[in-house]
Write a protein that binds this ligand. Structure first.
Ligand code: MD3
Ligand code: FE
Length: 225
């Protein structure tokens, strides 16, 4: 080969000139990080988020205990996750408008299915995509995702923009969480023995990212029923 290590030469194999090849990082039984896997499709994903947010704006939900969440949220798909004084649940309509949540774009469905398949979960068919918007200081305290009726399906999570620290604990709230920094374009797939693990996101650090400015966007895909 003539110039195997020429700077930018590997760009021909991927989308953009300075795009790195993705790699897989298993983190627990049933759970894997697909590092940088979404980078090439990040512009299309973020354009779709913008269109979704124009129809169903980001909002800070209230917890059943009456606290305003620091993360702003919206949804797309046939079901969306919401929280209010009455509890946590999925519903077909945006309570702000009374209209159905915006449809899930093909670029979301295709990438979530590919990521799940790569992690060993064939035929993943997400019904809900919760879109979380983090500004510096926003966080998600330790919790389990257990509002879905079918816990055999994995959860697929796509990180865009500023880096964040995932806290990944065990099946008991008291298990000390491990910390994983996730970057723009990283995808996490959690299923099988990890599906009910406690997890959270540490407070977002200050910063700006070329793709998202002073924020992080996380797409979480779920089969709800
Ligand atoms: C571990 N959001 O919305 S990835 C959520 O970065 C949520 O906004 C994260 O947790 C975020 O509920 C998404 C972290 C994650 C998600 C699901 C899991 C970790 C998980 C399911 C089982 C184990
Ligand atoms: Fe969660």
């Amino acid at each position: 080969m003539a110039y195997p290590s020429l700077p930018g030469a590997s760009g021909d194999l991927f989308g953009a000139p300075d795009e790195e090849a993705p790699w897989d990082e298993p983190i627990a039984p049933g759970a894997v990080l697909l590092r940088r896997y979404a980078c090439g499709r990040a512009p299309a994903l973020l354009a779709a988020v913008k269109a979704i947010a124009a129809a169903a704006p980001f909002r800070h939900l209230e917890t059943p205990g009456g606290q305003r969440m620091s993360v702003a949220m919206t949804n797309c798909g046939t079901q969306g996750w919401i929280s209010d004084r009455r509890g946590y649940r999925y519903g077909a309509e945006d309570p702000l408008s009374g209209r159905p949540w915006p449809a899930m774009p093909d670029v979301f469905i295709d990438l979530a299915r590919e990521a799940a398949a790569r992690a060993g979960y064939a035929d993943f068919a997400p019904q809900a995509c919760l879109i979380n918007l983090y500004r510096p200081g926003a966080r998600l305290s330790l919790h389990q995702d257990r509002d879905e009726l079918d816990l055999r399906a994995p959860i697929v999570s796509i990180s865009l923009g500023l880096p964040a620290v995932f806290l990944f604990g065990g099946l008991q709230r008291n298990d000390r969480p491990r910390r994983f920094t996730v970057q723009h374009g990283d995808i996490a797939v959690w299923g099988g023995p990890s599906r009910l693990a406690f997890h959270g996101v540490a407070p977002l650090r200050d910063g700006t990212h070329p793709a998202t400015g002073p924020s992080r966007v996380n797409l979480t895909f779920r089969k709800t029923a």
